[in-house]
Design a binder for this molecule. Structure first.
Ligand SMILES: NC(=O)c1ccc[n+]([C@@H]2O[C@H](COP(=O)([O-])OP(=O)(O)OC[C@H]3O[C@@H](n4cnc5c(N)ncnc54)[C@H](OP(=O)(O)O)[C@@H]3O)[C@@H](O)[C@H]2O)c1
Length: 326
């Protein structure tokens, strides 16, 4: 059996729990291919697994859900992928590795015109923007929306995509520098929520009406003000918890604020079938190839320095997307 290298953790905790280790790499099983990663995407969900907010299925655990690379070995029964194919995925644990086996149901082929680095940076965040803006709530020219963490990985992609759909796009960001970045990525109005009360500013921007939909990945720190930003019958989309989970949500809060809707979506339920994955990825490839959405890789770290990458993401030092290079 051959060996490869990966980053794993044997106990949950801070960035120091990561270890760069040798692991076995068996030949791919039926329905799998072996790939060599060119680049690995860093996502906030990786932090949730490392800290234990999301439970790792076993320990030691190789986390990471997003990467791109080249097929090096094809397992038994695989007919739709060949050695040399450029592929990417979002949603299969084990991305923090140099090489790996993966079931082909997770993979998409990366089209010409998109580099493997860009693919690794955008699959999870970009497909998230796709389902949030086109399926969780159908954003169009009449929509006024609020998107928190506008200068972040998902935030930059979502701002550009929402603008391309014709919406009025309001964002929040945690510094004046990030406000400028967000204004350059589709946002019509950006609020520095460290120095301004974002609820007051949303009311001012919308002439007191409120927004149709709030996309909230911050969780604890923006709750319940995010609900108060909504119009009657508006939609609260709670899709992350970068500041910690919301603990005191009750259905009555929706009634009191005008029969609001609320959902807690995850990408993985929106790309659960092969057809959904293909449609979602193709929509993302189309907006990137047509330059409606630019993917900014603003931080790159060697895979073995993933602890530093996590510390930077958690302390709000990153903007746009971040890659780990094996
Ligand atoms: N449900 C899904 O399907 C799905 C899929 C992908 C991502 N997500 C969620 O979307 C969010 C964005 O993910 P990402 O990978 O693109 O990360 P990111 O937005 O690049 O980074 C998180 C950002 O959140 C903001 N933030 C506010 N309070 C924070 C705090 N206390 N600690 C850390 N960050 C804080 C920071 O921006 P400011 O400094 O500007 O506030 C920070 O840069 C995450 O919550 C993630 O879990 C959900």
């Amino acid at each position: 059996m051959s060996k490869t290298q990966a980053v794993s953790f044997s106990k949950t905790g801070g960035p120091e729990v990561f270890e760069f280790v040798d692991i076995d790499l068996p030949p791919p099983s039926s329905g799998e291919v072996q790939i060599r990663h060119a680049a690995i995407g860093l996502n906030f969900i990786d932090v949730y697994f490392r800290t234990g907010l999301y439970k790792a299925p076993h320990l030691p655990f190789v986390t990471g859900k997003e990467a791109a690379g080249t097929v090096t070995v094809v397992g038994p029964g695989v007919t739709d992928f060949a050695v040399g194919d450029r592929v990417a995925y979002a949603g299969s644990d084990g991305a923090y590795s140099v090489e790996r086996n993966i079931e082909t149901k997770h993979l998409v082929k990366v089209p010409d015109g998109i580099s493997l680095e860009t693919a690794a940076a955008m699959m999870l965040k970009g497909m998230t923007a796709e389902y949030l803006l086109r399926r969780t709530f159908k954003v169009g020219p009449e929509t006024v929306l609020l998107f928190h963490a506008a200068a972040g990985g998902v935030g930059q992609i979502a701002g550009q995509w929402a603008k391309a759909l014709g919406a009025t796009v309001v964002g929040t960001a945690g510094s004046d520098e990030k406000v400028k970045i967000a204004l350059d990525h589709g946002y019509d109005h950006v609020i520095n929520y460290k120095t301004e009360n974002f609820l007051d500013r949303v009311r001012e921007i919308t002439g007191g009406k409120g927004v149709d939909v709030v996309y909230d990945s911050i969780g604890r720190d923006t709750f319940p003000q995010s609900l108060d930003c909504l119009k009657r019958l508006g939609m609260f989309v709670s899709f992350g918890q970068s500041s910690g989970p919301i603990e005191d949500f009750s259905l009555a809060m929706l009634a009191q604020r005008g029969s609001l809707f609320a959902t807690r979506p995850t990408l993985f339920s929106y790309i659960a079938t092969a057809e959904e994955l293909k449609d979602c990825a193709n929509a993302l490839f189309a907006v990137v190839l047509s330059n409606k959405v630019r993917i900014n890789i603003n931080q790159t770290y060697p895979l073995r320095e993933v602890g530093r990458a996590h510390a930077d993401l958690e302390s709000r030092r990153t903007t746009g997307t971040t890659l780990l290079i094996p």
